[in-house]
Each structure stands twice: as structure tokens, then as C-alpha cells.
Design a protein around this ligand. Structure first.
Ligand code: 5GP
Length: 192
């Protein structure tokens, strides 16, 4: 998606440790008009699919997913909640996710009553790096018996393995910008 790529070129900051900061428009300060255009693009890419719900993960995915839902008939948005550790009461689906940016493992839960067997889901998130966050969300969908119709990612770091692995597993993964290479010394960002 050209508009997103141009925005990343203009406002993205390349950090050491393969981290791209896009917090001026994507995941701290939010450009809602850009989110709206991203929603339109995913609606085009996932056209014809049954979508009952959008699933994302707190915190950065929530704003994006809520705007995107407007392009999918205002379906509900469910976000997985993060906890350091939890006491399961049996009413929740739970999985563990290792965070690339925070370098620690945390638990995420979705209440069983918000994700049902047979529901068709699109997963939305801001970034795809190694795929840990998405694998956790897929895990939760599998536990619920929900069908993952597609995965929409704003920024995929194509030089990290998450995207390739998910496509090999057969998921319809639509990343709106795929970073092929980025250099913290020069700040240069190259797209696939
Ligand atoms: P993964 O689980 O695929 O390794 O990483 C995905 C999650 O880590 C995303 O939800 C995002 O919050 C965070 N993340 C990974 N890489 C980056 C990055 O380069 N920049 C930012 N801002 N977040 C990232």
C-alpha cells in the first residue's frame, strides 16, 4: 500500500536491534484517516470472505482494528488481553507469547463468550516480526474452533521469519507494507 510505505519512509525511525519506530502515526499517536484507508485496502484484499469478527491484541492493534471493522460491516472487534500471570477460571482461552520488543513472555486471554466455534475471523495487528504474537492469536482461534479467514498486518519486517512461516502454513496473510531491509546507521528503509 503506497500511502503506508510513503508514510513509513517519511516518519519511520530505524532503531538498533531491528526495531522500526512508527509511533508518530501507527502505534502511539494514531492517524485515523490512514487507518481508514488501511481498512479499505484490507476490505479489497479480503473481499468475498465471510468475516464475523476481528481479533487483535492489546494495545497497538485495538485502534487499527476498530477503524478496520467499519469496512467489514461493523463486525465486533475482540482484543486479546495481556497479563504477566493469570489464574485461569475456565472461562478464558489462554496462550503464552514471547515479545520481540520487550524480550519477555506474557500470557494473553480471550473470554470464551467472545469467540465461538464456527466463527470466521480476520486477525489484525500492527507489526509482524517473528510471528509470536500471531501464533498466539491463531492458537486461541484453534482452541475456540474459530476459522482464521485471513491475517492483516500493517508492517511486516520481511527480513524476519514470521511472514514466510505463516504463508507456508497456508494462511492468507496480507501485509500492507513489507520492509525488505532497513539500516539504523543511514535510516534507509527498503520495501519488498
Ligand atoms: P512478533 O511476535 O511477530 O515477533 O512481533 C510482533 C509484535 O511485536 C507486534 O505486535 C509489535 O507490537 C511488536 N513489534 C515487533 N517488531 C516491532 C518493530 O520493529 N517496531 C514496533 N514498533 N513494534 C514491533
Amino acid at each position: 500500500m503506497k500511502e503506508l510505505e510513503e508514510r513509513i519512509q517519511r516518519d519511520g525511525i530505524v532503531r538498533e536491534g531491528e526495531v522500526l519506530k512508527v509511533d508518530s502515526f501507527l502505534n502511539h499517536q494514531c492517524d485515523v484517516e490512514l487507518f481508514d484507508h488501511m481498512g479499505a485496502e484490507w476490505a479489497r484484499l479480503f473481499a468475498g470472505k465471510r468475516v464475523d469478527k476481528i481479533l487483535t491484541i492489546e494495545a497497538s492493534g485495538i485502534g487499527i482494528a476498530c477503524v478496520v471493522a467499519r469496512h467489514f460491516g461493523n463486525v465486533p472487534v475482540v482484543f486479546a488481553k495481556k497479563y504477566q500471570s493469570i489464574n485461569l477460571d475456565g472461562d478464558q482461552y489462554c496462550t503464552n507469547i514471547y515479545s520481540f520488543t520487550k524480550q519477555k513472555t506474557y500470557s494473553v486471554i480471550v473470554a470464551k463468550r467472545f469467540l465461538n466455534a464456527g466463527e470466521h475471523v480476520i486477525i489484525i495487528d500492527d507489526f509482524l516480526a517473528k510471528g509470536n504474537a500471531l501464533n498466539g492469536l491463531i492458537d486461541i482461534c484453534e482452541s475456540a474452533g474459530a476459522v482464521v479467514e485471513g491475517i492483516g498486518i500493517a508492517v511486516e519486517k520481511g527480513f524476519q521469519p514470521g511472514g514466510k512461516e505463516l504463508r507456508e502454513r497456508g494462511y492468507d496473510l496480507q501485509s500492507l507494507a513489507i520492509v525488505k531491509d532497513m539500516d539504523p546507521a543511514t535510516g534507509e528503509i527498503e520495501f519488498a
